[in-house]
Design a protein around this ligand. Structure first.
Ligand SMILES: [Mg+2]
Length: 360
């Protein structure tokens, strides 16, 4: 297929987390979903959609797409998607092997897989070998930093039927509050690298006592896989990591170091690199837990990968957006998501939503 047109659409959609302060997870107050869409068009009229991760970096990702990646995409003949985006990585490696460059390449890779499936008149999951039509999702709560709120939101998620709830809390009283709220479900917490060595050593035994299903990115820096592996062994607590790793290469170590590798399809290099991570995880007998707290085509791509058997639980960011980008978004119901219908990703944006929330 020949790509004849490539464009970006940036959106900023407000969301509600039910009364949180929007503090702690992003550099500034987090109350909007920043979604960067990649739209590719082929010479025979197919349209493919992708999403590049863009939280707190929208302008930079748009520049990477428009100035660096698209000039290499427009006019290109693409048959082997992974081979093609691998070439993009090589041509742009001086500008970065992770961060905005790879976020941009991820968006193009997802759009190319959408096209590849559409041209075969298949859903992406079927192109990849779908193994299931439904899969479990867990509720991923924002950081509330307030025990009463944490307990209430964890209880709400458990009552909605989720079999697992993930906090982003980093203090013991807040994590204990989450345990009280979600007393009968699996419970995880995502530390986002906030604990010092001392805090980690003090808190991991507490996490074990609370029966946490995993502790995510406890230490800084996230790529210190040797120390992660040693902490997991010493304290016997399952660990998770990988959303801040670019390409499949570092996952060779991550799948050995932690119990749950977490590639993010909009960051890791798209579907192509995610599939390589899944192969590594399978060989190491680890369950992939996709990082996917976003709501553009990356959400749809993660769902297809889950249906193809490449993931244990789908991460659903437990928020209410002012609008969903497509009325066909496969939202969790009773803690489960049903595979989207429609060829390719099955993603077709609502143009009225784009018009209302466009931010570029
Ligand atoms: Mg995380």
């Amino acid at each position: 297929m020949r790509i004849v047109k490539a464009e970006t659409i940036a959106l900023s959609i407000p969301f509600s987390d039910g009364g949180g302060a929007g503090a702690g997870l992003m550099p500034s107050k987090w109350d909007r979903l920043e979604i960067t869409l990649v739209r590719l068009e082929t010479d025979d009229g197919f349209v493919g959609w992708g999403e590049a991760f863009a939280y707190s970096c929208r302008t930079a990702v748009l520049a990477a797409l428009n100035d660096m990646v698209f000039p290499l995409v427009i006019g290109a003949e693409v048959e082997d998607v992974a081979g093609f985006t691998g070439c993009l990585q090589r041509k742009l490696h001086i500008q970065g092997r992770f961060g905005v460059v790879l976020f941009a390449i991820s968006g193009v890779d997802i759009a190319l897989w959408d096209l590849a499936a559409k041209r075969k008149r298949l859903r992406l999951a079927d192109l990849l070998g779908a193994k299931r039509e439904r899969f479990p999702a867990y509720a991923s709560l924002v950081r509330y930093g307030d025990p009463a709120m944490v307990e209430a939101r964890a209880r709400m998620a458990a009552d909605q039927g989720y079999g697992a709830v993930k906090l982003h809390e980093i203090t013991l009283p807040n994590i204990e509050a989450g345990r009280r709220g979600a007393s009968d479900t699996k419970l995880m917490t995502d530390v986002n690298c906030n604990w010092s060595e001392d805090e980690t050593r003090k808190l991991l035994p507490e996490m074990k006592a609370l029966g946490l299903h995993w502790v995510e990115e406890p230490i800084w820096p996230p790529d210190d896989t040797d120390r992660l592996a040693a902490l997991g062994r010493e304290f016997g607590v399952p660990l998770a990591s990988g959303e801040n790793a670019g390409t499949a290469q570092p996952f060779a170590r991550i799948v050995e170091a932690v119990n749950f590798p977490q590639p993010s399809v909009t960051k890791v290099g798209g579907v192509s690199e995610y599939l390589k991570v899944a192969d590594l995880a399978r060989a190491a007998q680890r369950d992939v837990m996709p990082h996917c707290p976003y709501f553009g085509p990356g959400y749809w791509a993660s769902a297809h990968l889950m249906a193809a058997g490449e993931g244990g639980m789908f991460e659903f960011l437990h928020i209410e957006a002012d609008a969903w980008l497509s009325p066909s978004i496969p939202l969790p119901d009773g803690g489960e998501i049903a595979l989207p219908t429609g060829e390719g990703l099955g993603f077709e944006p609502d143009m009225a939503v784009i018009e209302r929330f466009r931010a570029d």
